[in-house]
Design a protein around this ligand. Structure first.
Ligand code: MG
Length: 334
């Protein structure tokens, strides 16, 4: 590996159109783009987008850690992704696998704001899956899931962000019709992780492990109480996740972090690469999150055709000229 020379950041704000999940309010989200410049002058880029609502330290704390030369687990991932980007830029190669077609799910962050007609249209545009965030109002959400399954051709992913109790989830599930039950691809983090609860829930529906990753301790467990691993390249070591999925025979779903388009691009490039390597065990991705925010010059470069991304032009993750022209603040010299 080439030694790193300089670190720079460029703080940004993303303005959401609506609250992103049951635990977060709709307000500007803060993050920073990261630029590393390696010893040979080659630059690589990644995103730093913490979620304090989900227990991560704030952007200010992340940047303070970076200045102090220490790495939070989030910074470790951002630097690793920036290094991967630099390597591709050095070889003048794009990280977008243009020959791989991998669809993304549509995202409904709040079912009270979503229209069935929009979902029907999305299905006509090629979407096959919709991910519905749950946890605000189970009765309204169950009604919405039934409607989606009856009136659109979409299958569903549900994400409770570990907000339900086992009984609460069972009550929710009891309100679903048989048609809806058959069309659920998986339920993500139905409750806080509990091997027993999750195994009981798995007798009803496949379960995906996402933010309960830390509690599930898959590295040392004697049994994996889930069917799918949600892999967020901005948070998890990709090689390690791939090894765990192979060990436990889990499918993988790669998603972005509702982060900056630079973070989205890293996630999607990873998803495409894993699909190339592992085929159908890598499920549809969940990287179409940029439309949750007001547009910016980066999101305007991310062209989509229904559920598919067009490769972003340039080397590495793309955005070459935009990244070069950001206002970069020096963090440290190594
Ligand atoms: Mg999740």
């Amino acid at each position: 590996m080439v030694a790193r020379l300089n670190l720079f950041v460029s703080p940004y704000k993303l303005m959401p159109f609506q609250a992103p999940n049951a635990r977060s309010a709709a307000r500007a989200r803060e993050g920073a783009l990261l630029k590393i410049v390696e010893a040979d002058g080659m630059a690589g880029y990644a995103d730093i987008h913490p979620w304090p609502e989900l227990g991560e330290t704030s952007l200010a704390d992340q940047l303070a850690a970076l200045r102090a030369g220490s790495k939070t687990s989030l910074l470790e991932r951002s630097i690793a992704l920036a290094e991967q980007d630099a390597e591709a830029r050095r070889e003048k190669r794009s990280l977008w696998s243009a020959d791989i077609k991998l669809k993304n799910n549509l995202l409904v962050a709040d079912c009270t704001l979503a229209g069935i007609a929009d979902l029907q249209r999305a299905h006509e545009q090629g979407f096959e899956l919709v991910k519905i965030k749950c946890g605000r109002d189970h009765a309204a959400e169950a009604k919405f899931v039934n409607e989606v399954c009856e009136r659109t051709g979409l299958r569903v992913r549900l994400d409770f962000n570990a907000t339900a109790s086992e009984q609460g989830f069972a009550d929710f599930f009891a309100q679903l019709g048989s048609h809806a039950r058959a069309r659920i691809e998986y339920v993500e983090d139905p409750t806080p992780f509990s091997e027993k609860s999750w195994n009981r829930i798995r007798s009803l529906v496949p379960v995906a492990l996402d933010q309960e990753w830390g509690s599930a301790k898959l590295e040392t467990a004697s049994h994996a109480a889930c069917d799918v691993l949600v892999l967020k390249p901005a948070r998890q070591n990709v090689e390690k996740a791939v090894d765990l999925a192979a060990r436990w025979d889990l499918r993988l779903a790669v998603t972005s972090m509702m982060d900056h388009p630079v973070g989205v691009a890293h996630a999607m490039c990873t998803a495409l690469e894993l699909r190339r390597k592992f085929g159908e065990s890598v499920l549809q991705a969940g990287c179409l999150t940029s439309s949750l925010y007001e547009s910016n010059p980066f999101s305007e470069r991310m062209r989509t055709h229904g559920p598919l991304f067009a490769p972003v032009m340039g080397t590495g993750i793309g955005f070459d000229d935009l990244l070069e022209s950001q206002a970069w603040m020096t963090i440290t010299s190594l």
